[in-house]
Design a protein around this ligand. Structure first.
Ligand code: DQA
Length: 144
C-alpha cells in the first residue's frame, strides 16, 4: 500500500519558521519520525512550494498507484481552488493535517478549501497529526 505524505508551501522551512507555532523540528525530522514507525506501507514524501508541482503530483495518483494521501497544503489550504480541483479530478482519498491549531489563529486560517472533501482532518497535534492519519489509514485498510 503506497501512501503519499505531501507538504505544501513553506513547510520546507519547518524548524526555522515561527518555532513558537511550528516547533523546532525540521521536515527531515518528520520523515525520520514516520520512518521509525516502520508502518506496513510504502510511504512517499513530497514537498513543493509550487502550485504546479503539487498539482502534477496529485495528477499522478492513478499511475503511481497511491492508496491514500496525508496532505498539509500550508497556506494554500485557505485559498487554493486549483489544488482542490486536481484532487477531485483524480478522486484522491486523503486526510488533511495541520501542525498548528488553525482555529486558534487568524480568522482567514479558519477556512479550508479541502476539509469538506477530506476523509478526516487533524489539526493542532504537531507532527503527531501525520502519525495519527497514517495509523488511521492502516486501521481502515484492515477493517477496524
Ligand atoms: C499550516 C497552517 C497554515 O495556516 C499555514 O499557512 C501553514 C502551516 C499548519 O500545518 O499548521 O503554512 O498548514
Amino acid at each position: 500500500m503506497k501512501i503519499l505524505v505531501l507538504n505544501g508551501v513553506n513547510l520546507d522551512m519547518l524548524g526555522k519558521r515561527e518555532a513558537g507555532i511550528y516547533g523546532s523540528e525540521s521536515l527531515e525530522d518528520l520523515y525520520k519520525r514516520i520512518d521509525s514507525l516502520e508502518l506496513d506501507a510504502e510511504i512517499e514524501y513530497f514537498q513543493s512550494n509550487s502550485e504546479e508541482g503539487i498539482i502534477k503530483k496529485i495528477h499522478s495518483h492513478a499511475q503511481e498507484g497511491y492508496y491514500c494521501g496525508v496532505f498539509n497544503f500550508g497556506a494554500h489550504t485557505h485559498t487554493n481552488v486549483a489544488i482542490r480541483d486536481a484532487i477531485l479530478a483524480v478522486d484522491f482519498p486523503f486526510y488533511e493535517v495541520h501542525i498548528s491549531n488553525v482555529y486558534s489563529r487568524e480568522e482567514f486560517r479558519h477556512v479550508s478549501f479541502f476539509s469538506d472533501i477530506a476523509i478526516g482532518c487533524i489539526v493542532g497535534f504537531g507532527f503527531d497529526g501525520y502519525e495519527f492519519a497514517l495509523q488511521k489509514i492502516l486501521r481502515s485498510k484492515n477493517g477496524s
